[in-house]
Design a protein around this ligand. Structure first.
Ligand SMILES: [Mg+2]
Length: 161
């Protein structure tokens, strides 16, 4: 069993009819009858949704926060009511603050700048119809098997032959 009761999970697209893909789900019960679908999750109705292990993945805190940030931005009309050029300007501002903090060795400022940039990227992604989680997953899938070497602190990709 990969998950336990109380775990926060991400439900994959098409896993169960009444469940929307995404975060915000918690394992409520685990069936021990050797079913392929042992995990019980609620969709708000009186019937439990049963899911298989491969239909779920563990939610990291950053995934959870991305969902909260999207809700926060939606509540303030920052997704529909703003545009990507404004968010890009904001991202540049946050990256500038991050650069300043790195230059000054200001640890708190660095933490702040990284967090603020992630917030802006989450909103920018949503404006473009993506979730930032999908963007991160796509980026990771692309880099995960990449080979290369470090030269003076820069990673040099090995070109595919
Ligand atoms: Mg800032």
């Amino acid at each position: 069993m990969k998950f336990k009761v109380g775990d926060k999970v991400y439900v994959r697209a098409g896993a169960f009819n009444s469940l929307k893909e995404g975060v915000g789900y918690t394992i409520q019960k685990i069936r021990t009858d050797n079913s392929r679908y042992p995990y019980e999750i609620s969709d708000g109705s009186q019937y439990p949704c049963l899911l298989a292990e491969e239909e779920l993945s563990m939610v990291s805190d950053s995934f959870e926060y991305a969902a909260l940030i999207r809700q926060w931005a939606e509540d303030r009309n920052l997704i529909e009511g703003s545009d990507s050029f404004r968010q890009l300007a904001k991202l540049t501002e946050e990256v500038g603050e991050l650069a300043g903090a790195i230059a000054k060795g200001n640890k708190e400022g660095i933490k702040d700048g990284i967090g603020d940039a992630f917030v802006v990227l989450t909103i920018l992604a949503a404006q473009q119809g993506f979730s930032v989680e999908d963007c991160i997953a796509a980026a990771y899938n692309e880099i995960k098997d990449r080979k290369g070497r470090m030269v003076d602190g820069v990673f040099i990709k090995e070109e595919a032959s």
